[in-house]
Design a binder for this molecule. Structure first.
Ligand code: KIV
Length: 272
């Protein structure tokens, strides 16, 4: 029996479904390393996403496309070591699942074996359904991701709100049902009209987590670095900044530099 299943406090797919059924909102944040994963877990978050937004936030890339499977495994492993209660979801990076379902399963198995995470998230609907079904058939839980899918940024040409119009909105609803029918345990909806997200959440029995998708869904996810103000250059309308950690860090580092230059640090008490 795994350590996870022995811990009754651990967040599982089953517990998330129960939360949706009783109307309890689900909280989800990203983390990419041991320390942040540990802090976020101890604060009581339900789901930690090792998002491929690590490509931007941790690696400094402009898009999520360059991050590799090896890099996602490195970040995933680091987070899992710091987490006791939250469910840990790892994003499958661009290129690791779109080719064919056999490659998708091989990538999924590598992430599960090497990170010990709980489940995976993939972007897309009908186009990747074969891969989704193959991964699910191996007993690996999957969270879908529809709406704005950053791995498709070169197709869209911008990070504007998706599925505003008829055809795209209808496809999104169809895809959401296909993912639920295939057996996904949850779905992320990114940057779509609140009314559409609310409709999808009401039609599906699985939990629907939104980012820029309004309050009518079953939970919310944000990128940790954005919501604590560690990053400052990304300010979409949907983002609420709960702290100014960059400001606090700047002040502390400036103070330290001053103290080193002036000889104030280290003091007599701070040496052997
Ligand atoms: O990679 C990520 O951080 C995500 C969230 C924006 C949902 O997919």
């Amino acid at each position: 029996m795994s350590i996870h299943s022995e811990d009754s406090r651990r967040v599982t797919t089953h517990r998330l479904l129960e939360m949706k059924q009783r109307g309890e909102k689900i909280s989800m944040l990203t983390a990419y390393d041991f320390t942040m994963g540990n802090i976020v877990d101890k604060a009581g978050i339900d789901i930690i996403l090792v998002g491929d937004s690590a490509s931007n936030v941790m690696c400094g890339n402009i898009t999520t496309l360059p991050i590799t499977l090896d890099q996602m495994i490195f970040f995933g492993k680091s987070v899992v070591r710091g987490v006791k209660r939250a469910m840990v979801v790892v994003d499958m990076p661009f290129g690791s699942y779109q080719g064919n379902s056999k490659e998708a399963l091989a990538s999924a198995i590598r992430i599960m074996k090497e990170t010990h995470c709980d489940c995976l998230k993939l972007e897309g609907g009908e186009e990747i359904l074969e891969s989704v079904k193959r991964i699910l058939s191996a007993g690996i839980p999957i969270m879908g991701h529809l709406g704005l899918m950053p791995q498709s940024i070169n197709k869209y040409g911008s990070y504007a709100v998706r599925a505003k119009e008829g055809d795209e909105a209808e496809k999104l609803i169809r895809d959401a049902h296909l993912l639920e029918e295939a057996g996904c345990f949850g779905l992320v909806l990114e940057k779509i009209p609140a009314a559409l997200a609310k409709q999808v959440a009401a039609e599906l029995t699985i939990p629907v987590i939104g980012i820029g998708a309004g309050g009518g869904v079953d939970g919310q996810v944000l990128v940790l670095h954005d919501m604590i103000g560690l990053t400052q250059d990304f300010s979409p309308r949907f983002l609420r900044r709960y702290a100014n950690i960059q400001g606090i860090m700047n002040e502390a580092i400036e103070h330290y530099v001053e103290d080193v230059k002036s000889g104030d640090f280290p003091s007599d008490k701070e040496q052997y």
